[in-house]
Design a binder for this molecule. Structure first.
Ligand SMILES: [Zn+2]
Length: 487
């Protein structure tokens, strides 16, 4: 049997964007500082997934000092090399840089041969991404999109965090009994590590272990080892899929999940929303103060807030990524912030104040985690068009804003009178659209998860096929389970 060509949702919808992500971007965006895991994915024909396992290093006091010395030396070496690169016309040529700094890095910073090669490579990558940003900024200024000038290349970039890049089998190797051997300036140390079970397993079975990074979390004073692993995914074909589900996201319920067997789950956002709003409030008040300590506290606060959201997203995605499923998510790109209420001139002063204190939730991150965990569970996530998912009647197909009187909790179809909890409507419509994807997959052998919606007619065709979808009566009981929390 020919394995169907499968593209991941992220690959399909954010093609390019995903591939350009590198560890630097991830570090900057804070993905690495979440509690367990984040992925960088790259898709090839053989359906491999690049993941990053975050391992907590259990260092003794002495080992901690050795790692600290190494990390600080590495950081100083990065900063030194950045100065050199800046002075030689902001070069992003790694080979050239290496020639300029290698000996100095070995003698002055006492770095090993491998590390002395990694440093110029990393600096070159930084300069390359800064140059790209400068170029984009110049274009944006030319087009009149912005007046702000990009200042990232005005002086040499400064590396502030303690980090070391390690090559597998040269700078670090895995040993038995959850131990890893790491090269430091003072010789090798053997350290016990902890991590997420799935990752510990992957380390044992993975045939392609890549480079790792030592990362220091200042708030907890803990060193982590971020290891990149290339994992071969199980071949998924339509016959493995026995369950279709649809996921709707929003602020009242961070996620509503329903499958075609009519099992639903509501992941309430109430408690989280409250906490996220508190973070937002605290952040705003710190932003108003222009002191050094306020800035420092702001950075710490932002980190905590990001980790909090990531942690909740992890918990929810873990439950949603059930095995043998095709999981439908909405394609949110091109849709403006759906949690935003009235804004601009039409909003009252009071409304604007309320908006200001409303936290934003990272639904893109939630989608990413679901996609990632689905893959590990032998399932697949796909994206479907999000248009009218909250306005279409799943029973008769009638689509109208008036189906949701006063934007209330109840959906009531104008046409057939079908009534349902409003938050369940979106998830059901998504589940049905996902069923279409599945049927298409079975009949054509290829999973088209990226319908070409650049042309309006295609989009109209797709929406037309959506409008013919109906939630079957057999699966739709008269009594819908009450949501666990009305938010
Ligand atoms: Zn209806």
């Amino acid at each position: 049997m020919i394995a169907p060509h499968i593209e991941s949702i992220s690959a399909a919808f954010d093609r390019g964007a995903v591939h350009s992500l590198n560890e630097q971007d991830l570090l900057r965006s804070g993905c690495f500082s979440d509690s367990r895991v984040i992925l960088v994915r790259e898709f090839s024909e053989t359906m491999n997934q690049l993941i990053t396992a975050k391992l907590k290093l259990n260092l003794t006091a002495e080992q901690k000092l050795a790692v600290r010395d190494t990390a600080l030396a590495y950081r100083d070496a990065l900063n030194y090399t950045a100065m050199v690169a800046f002075d030689s016309s902001k070069s992003s040529n790694g080979t050239k840089l290496q020639k300029l700094v290698y000996n100095h890095l070995r003698s002055e910073f006492r770095l090993g041969a491998q590390m002395a090669c990694n440093v110029p490579r990393q600096v070159a990558a930084t300069f390359k991404s800064l140059a790209t940003k400068l170029k984009q900024n110049n274009e944006a200024i030319k087009k009149g999109h912005t007046k702000k000038r990009f200042k990232g290349l005005d002086k040499a970039p400064k590396y502030a965090s303690r980090t070391v890049t390690l090559n597998y089998q040269r700078d670090y190797t895995f040993k038995f009994d959850q131990q890893v051997s790491i090269g430091t300036l003072n010789g090798r140390i053997v350290v016990h590590y902890e991590g997420w079970n799935k990752h510990l397993e992957s380390i044992q079975t993975c045939s392609n272990i890549g480079a790792a990074k030592i990362v220091y979390q200042r708030s907890s004073k803990i060193y982590y080892l971020m290891v990149s692993l290339e994992i071969e995914l199980l071949d998924i074909n339509p016959t493995n899929i026995t369950r279709i589900s649809g996921i709707d996201v929003g602020m009242r319920y961070l996620a509503v999940e329903t499958d075609l067997n009519n099992k639903s789950a509501f992941y309430s956002g109430k408690a989280y929303r409250h906490k996220a709003n508190q973070y937002q409030k605290a952040r705003r008040s710190l932003q108003r103060k222009d002191t050094r300590s306020a800035k420092r506290r702001l950075i710490a606060l932002s980190g905590r807030e990001r980790r909090f959201i990531a942690d909740v997203n992890h918990q929810i995605s873990k439950k949603i990524a059930k095995p043998n499923s095709l999981i439908g998510l909405e394609n949110l790109t091109g849709i403006r912030d759906r949690t935003k209420s009235k804004s601009g001139n039409s909003a009252s002063k009071k409304q604007r104040r309320a908006n200001r204190n409303k936290a934003k939730w990272s639904f893109a991150e939630l989608h990413g985690y679901i996609d990632y965990k689905a893959n590990l569970a032998g399932s697949l996530a796909t994206k479907v068009l999000a248009h009218y998912t909250s306005q279409s009647c799943p029973k008769c197909g009638h689509t109208s804003k008036a189906n949701r009187p006063n934007k209330g909790l109840m959906f009531r179809c104008e046409c057939c009178g079908h009534e349902l909890h409003a938050d369940l409507i979106g998830a059901r419509n998504i589940a049905m659209r996902t069923l279409l994807v599945r049927q298409d997959w079975t009949s054509t052998g290829s999973l088209s998860v990226s319908p070409d919606v650049s042309r309006n007619e295609t989009k109209a065709d797709i929406l037309q096929s959506f409008s013919e979808l109906r939630w079957s009566v057999d699966t739709s009981p008269h009594h819908i389970g009450t949501p666990i929390d009305d938010g």
